[in-house]
Ligand binder design. Structure first.
Ligand code: SME
Length: 197
């Protein structure tokens, strides 16, 4: 595999097919080719956000946000926002906004809060057909109606390193094929990135 797998990288986000499985296979193939020459998490998540966004657009899925939150040890927050534990350590149970496509979003989310924090704390996918019926849903955008969040686990110990989050403008916007694809993409990214944030 050459360092640069595409004649033009932007071509990777152009989809000839409109069949969901074909589009998703193309995304997974492109993502796999891109990560072969790169392990920096920000680079890989940024291109994955773009691939997802253009795939959902090609499928007319009315996705309004597609991207990532990463687990960070709060050292990047302003000092007044850092909460120290009883032994003085800084909590690392916070998700910070990562690469995404869509409108400006919430910057930090605590483990256990919202759909993202729930998926991160449990280490399992959370599919929300109607966000109004999910207690604690964090409405970064009031137009969002449904959401899916998939945890990203690292290769070493299966530690949660972040979450993949997709929002949709219609209720029940995600089916089993979408979830299966997103879990495969999250698995690929978890294995392919260095998570030394
Ligand atoms: N709705 C999410 C917050 C992140 S935004 O959707 C981009 C949640 O409840 O965790």
């Amino acid at each position: 595999m050459p360092d640069e797998p595409f004649a033009h990288h932007a071509d990777a986000a152009t989809f000839a097919a409109s069949d969901k499985s074909d589009v998703y296979e193309t995304v997974l193939g492109s993502a796999a080719a891109l990560v072969e020459s790169q392990r920096f998490w920000a680079t890989n998540l940024a291109n994955a956000a773009s691939l997802m966004w253009h795939a959902f657009e090609a499928l007319d899925m009315r996705v309004n946000w597609a991207g990532f939150y990463v687990v960070e040890p709060r050292r990047h927050q302003q000092p007044q926002q850092q909460q120290q534990g009883t032994t003085g350590e800084i909590s690392n149970r916070t998700l910070a906004l990562g690469p995404f496509m869509g409108k400006v979003a919430c910057q930090t989310i605590e483990f256990g809060r919202g759909v993202c924090g729930t998926a991160a704390a449990s280490g399992t996918t959370v599919v929300v057909a109607d966000v109004d019926k999910f207690p604690g849903h964090i409405a970064c955008d009031g137009a969002t109606k449904s959401e899916v969040v998939v945890p990203i686990l690292d290769d070493a110990g299966g530690v949660v390193r972040g979450v993949l989050d997709v929002d949709c403008l219609v209720t029940d916007g995600f089916d089993d094929t979408d979830v299966e694809f997103l879990e495969k993409l999250a698995g690929l990214l978890g294995r392919s990135c260095d998570w030394d944030l």
